[in-house]
Ligand binder design. Structure first.
Ligand code: TK8
Length: 343
């Protein structure tokens, strides 16, 4: 009886080693240099979303790895502020952690704008390879000088277009649509070049802007369209998959510098585990999200390859312009990484 219990415990211990490689059992976590820490972790989507689930997963991992000493509290629906407001709070050391869009980091490290280049990645496999490889890591590391310790990329995913005016089947259908875009120059110029009346706005204001008619449409991945209930105010969904949006999990450098090495280790390991969980969850859920959006009454259409090619041609000058601005070396490096991922 006791023997069985002991071997079960051993098996559980081994399992922890297998998945995290950090501590064998709780007692080892206690022996490590870990103190009591309260960590406020902010995000923009609702609690019932991929961000909410991955934050809960991250909190659980941190709890496990720290023997219950480090406590992560998630704050969803932008209750701690928009992405940019949270970044400022992290830099100032008044908030510990957050996850937000690369698109909102361009004011800090402008090169993050490359991830707003349309049609950059063909699939998630390419995105994972580039983001987790030397290119993605290099951009994350640039944040450290600016007061942000970037840990991992999560996935928002391939963005699609919704609006209340009409189904978008060809470029011309975009003409004059008042479209909310993320707050960065690339997104703004891209959607201007496609003929929309593009309006930059924080995500935290988007639902009400759609509801009150301040804007006609927006673009986001299907999981986000569902979890943010945009189907309540947007009749048309067009599957453009025009750009892949990453999220970045970050910590305040001011706060990070006060952690012990063991505490940093806990956060790093938990962040990597949360990345794998979040991507799996997002990918597994996107078909169900499509079904839910259909059921909710959205009219969904795809765009022909020929029309997507026309969109590509329209946005190319914008990509060329910003490639120059970031330095052509950087874009070359990015393209080489993508080529490598394509094999
Ligand atoms: C949520 C945002 C959002 C992003 C946007 O935190 O702003 O449209 O796609 O999902 O990061």
């Amino acid at each position: 009886m006791f023997e069985t219990a002991k071997s079960l415990l051993l098996a559980a211990g081994l399992c922890v080693v297998g998945t995290t490689g950090l501590f064998t059992v709780g007692s080892a976590a206690q022996a490590a240099d870990i103190g009591n820490r309260n960590i406020r972790f902010g995000y923009g989507l609702n609690e019932d979303s991929v961000q909410g689930r991955a934050t809960a997963f991250f909190a659980e991992e941190v709890k496990k790895l720290s023997g219950g000493k480090m406590k992560v509290s998630g704050f969803g629906a932008s209750t701690l502020g928009s992405d940019m407001q949270m970044q400022t709070a992290l830099v100032g050391g008044v908030q510990e952690m957050m996850v937000g869009s690369t698109a909102t980091l361009v004011g800090t490290v402008k090169e993050f704008g490359v991830f707003d280049f349309p049609f950059l990645f063909n699939n998630e496999k390419e995105a994972d390879a580039v983001l987790d490889g030397p290119f993605g890591t290099k951009l994350l590391n640039k944040l450290e000088d600016k007061g942000l310790v970037a840990l991992v990329y999560w996935e928002n995913g391939f963005r699609n277009l919704t609006n209340k005016r009409r189904p978008v089947e060809k470029v011309e259908d975009l003409s004059g649509i008042k479209l909310r875009v993320m707050q960065n120059q690339v997104a703004l110029e891209v959607f201007k070049s496609l003929g929309t009346n593009a309006v930059p706005m924080p995500f935290s204001e988007l639902f009400s802007a759609l509801e009150t008619g301040v804007v006609d449409g927006q673009e986001n991945p299907v999981a986000t369209i569902q979890s943010s209930k945009f189907y309540e105010v947007q009749p048309y969904l067009t599957l453009t998959k025009h750009v892949y949006s990453p999220w970045v999990v970050m910590a305040s450098k001011k706060w990070w510098d006060k952690l012990t090495n063991d505490e940093k280790d806990v956060i790093r390991k938990a962040a990597i585990a949360s990345r794998d969980f979040e991507r799996k969850d997002n990918r597994a859920g996107s078909e169900a999200s499509m079904e839910a959006l259909k059921k909710a009454g959205m009219k969904i259409n795809a765009v022909s390859d020929a029309e997507l090619d026309r969109m590509r041609a329209k946005v190319q000058p914008v990509i060329d312009h910003f490639s120059k601005e970031y330095g052509e070396e950087l874009t070359k490096e990015l393209m080489a990484e993508i080529k490598k991922a394509r094999g």
